[in-house]
Write a protein that binds this ligand. Sequence first.
Ligand code: 1QQ
Length: 375
Amino acid sequence: MSLPARLAVVALALSLPLSAGRARAADTVVKIGAALSLTGPAAVYGASQKAGVQAALDEVNKSGHLKGVKLAVVFEDDGSTKEQGIAVFQRFINKDKVAAIIGPTLSNTATAADPLAHAAKVPVVAVSNTAPKGITDIGDYIWRVSLTEGQVIPGALKRLQNKLHFKKAAVLYGNDDAFTQAGFAVMKAALEASGTAIAGTQTFAKPDRDYNAQLTALKALAPDILLVSALADNAAGIVTQARQLGWNVPIVGGNGFNSPALIKNAGPAAEGVYVGTAWNKVSAEAANQAFLKLMRERNVDPDQFCAQAYTGVLVIAEAIKQSGNKSGRDDIRAGFAKVKALATPLGRFSFLPNRDGDHEPALQWVKDGKFQIVP
Ligand code: 1QQ
């Protein structure tokens, strides 16, 4: 197109809305940065989270719920590490100039990356960090949708104690990760509070693949139950090797167990494993049923991480709405405080005064090769 022709097109574009008498400013595009573990030991969670974020974003945009605002997402891989999480956050804050950040996947990464966002006054919504301490207490730009281990495990253990009547427990946990360490602290406190004796404790690290020494030592103590705080990769190996040792004690996992990757990788050894969950997949609530239908249409079999990531986007959209469709970083942060009983796949969602999430948890176990909610 020649220059005059191009100018004519521009002139037309500029004049048309006015002359037509229905001037409507172009939609403001609100950029959200999603820092997810697409590689590394937490990649099984990240893939699921990405599907949830994308689905929610498409739904919000399609609904026209936000007047004059369209959401856009920049996905980046946090690599399941602190270093890469920091690099991604720097890019989001300074280069992409996002209005809000979702992620990073692991608590371990969040403890290193979130302080950058807080210092730059960029709101963060954690959708899978469950370490009770060291996340939202970084500061008031850090909010979270994911229930902490402290909000899930004590209740799950109480229900299981009524069912299984255990008196003596053993605990195995990862000692090189903020989440697995925090999960252990929560398990220990919950066992002590319930009067359960802790017969023994063993540890491992993320690169470990052989847990036979730890499992053999714990088995010898003859506990009634084994609690495990581990990411999905380690979890599958631990469960498999425990059963290979002929140890058939009930196993209860922390949040790391909530991925179907556990079942895929442990196979029949995963049968009967219990885990407290933030997502009641059989909830009949309309928002959950709509989510399930939507994901079916997208050929995604959702897990808790997908539902939480989906909810993270809904919460950001609601915050924008609550700010009168204003979408600056501080508008979004101020809007979070006004999110009340929002209908989400996780249930009615609100934030607590400390910016952690608040909704009902559930208990699930592996039965017939899949997670099923314990009624
Ligand atoms: C955390 C977790 C992981 C198990 C899932 C991402 O809960 O790191 O806090």
